[in-house]
Write a protein that binds this ligand. Structure first.
Ligand code: SAM
Length: 276
C-alpha cells in the first residue's frame, strides 16, 4: 500500500480527495434523486464528504471504509459538524474485498479502484454489496488527451497509454461490462487546480514545521517537482469523472447475505486487531 502519511500531509485541508469541487459533488448528489433513507456504502471514502453532505442534503444513510486513520478522523468530525452522526458511520479498514453485511442501495468507490484490482474488479466487488436494481458510483481517471510521446507518458507517471481509456472508450467499456451509465460529472481544469494546488501549500507549510521529520526530504522533493509536472502533463492529459451506473441485467442479492468474513464484522474485527 502507499505511504498514507504523505496523503495525510498533502491533503490535510481537503474534504474531497478527488478533482471535483464541493459544488460539483453537491450537484451530482442532487441529480441522482436518491430516496430518503437510501443506504450507501463508500469504499475508500476518504474524509467522508460525499456521505456526510448527502446525508445532510438528501437524508441518505451510509457506511464509509478507508484505510487512512487521519481521513477517518476527519470524516467522523465532519459528520459531527454536519449533525449526521446518526446517519453515517466510518470505519478504518482495508477495503480490499470488502462486502457489506446487508445489501445497499448505492455502492461507491470514488478514486480507489485498485481495491478491486482495477475497474472491472471493483465493479464486481461493489456489485456483491448491491441490492437488485441498485446503483454504483465509480470515480475514475481517463485520457483527456492521449500522450503521444514517451516523455509525456513518463510525465503522467504512467507506463503505457493502455493503462487508461479516453472518456468515450471508458463509457463504452462500462457498457461492455454490463452497466448503463446513467449520470456523470467530470473534472474541469479549474477543478483539477483546486484539488492539486492546495496540496503544494499544505506540503510547504508541513515541511517548514517538520524539518527533522523522516518524510521532510520526500515532501520537499515532491514540492520541487510537482507544480511543473502537473502543469506540463497531468493537467493537460488527465480527465477524471464520477459515474453513476445501473446494471443492464438485474443484480441478485449476495448468496450469503454478505455475512462472510469480509463484511463489516470482519473489517471491524481486523481494525480492532490492528489497533491492539
Ligand atoms: C483518491 S482518494 C478518494 C477519497 C474519497 N473517495 C474522495 O473522493 O474524497 C483514495 C482514498 O482511498 C483510500 N484507500 C487507498 N487504499 C485503500 C484500501 N486498500 N482500503 C481502504 N481505503 C483505501 C485512501 O486512504 C484515500 O482516502
Amino acid at each position: 500500500m502507499f505511504d498514507l502519511r504523505i496523503f495525510s500531509i498533502r491533503e490535510s485541508g481537503h474534504r474531497i480527495h478527488n478533482p471535483l469541487t464541493e459544488a460539483q459533488l453537491a450537484a451530482f448528489g442532487g441529480a441522482l434523486d436518491l430516496p430518503t433513507g437510501a443506504r450507501l456504502l463508500d469504499l475508500g471514502c476518504g474524509s467522508g464528504e460525499l456521505l456526510s453532505t448527502w446525508a445532510r442534503d438528501h437524508h441518505v444513510t451510509g457506511l464509509g471504509v478507508d484505510a487512512n486513520p487521519d481521513f477517518i478522523a476527519h470524516a467522523r468530525a465532519r459528520a459531527d459538524e454536519l449533525g449526521v452522526t446518526d446517519s453515517v458511520r466510518f470505519v478504518e479498514a482495508d477495503a480490499t474485498g470488502y462486502v457489506a453485511d446487508d445489501a445497499v442501495d448505492v455502492a461507491a468507490c470514488v478514486g480507489a479502484t485498485w481495491i478491486g484490482g482495477g475497474l472491472a474488479g471493483t465493479l464486481d466487488l461493489l456489485r456483491k454489496s448491491l441490492k437488485p436494481g441498485g446503483m454504483l458510483l465509480i470515480g475514475e481517471p481517463y485520457w483527456r488527451a492521449v500522450p503521444t510521446t514517451a516523455e509525456a507518458l513518463a510525465g503522467c507517471g504512467v507506463r503505457s497509454v493502455e493503462d487508461y481509456l479516453t472518456l468515450p472508450d471508458l463509457l463504452a467499456s462500462l457498457g461492455g461490462l454490463g452497466w448503463d451509465v446513467v449520470e456523470m460529472v467530470c473534472a474541469t481544469e479549474e477543478s483539477w487546480d483546486r484539488y492539486q494546488a492546495p496540496q503544494w501549500l499544505a506540503m510547504r507549510r508541513w515541511a517548514d514545521a517538520h524539518r527533522g521529520h523522516e518524510l521532510h526530504d520526500e515532501v520537499r522533493r515532491l514540492l520541487a517537482t510537482e507544480p511543473q509536472q502537473y502543469a506540463a502533463y497531468t493537467r493537460t492529459h488527465f480527465g477524471w469523472g464520477l459515474f453513476a451506473l445501473i446494471a443492464r441485467q438485474p443484480t441478485s442479492a449476495p448468496a450469503d447475505g454478505g455475512q462472510g468474513p469480509s463484511g463489516l464484522a470482519g473489517v471491524e474485527a481486523a481494525s480492532d486487531r490492528a489497533r491492539s
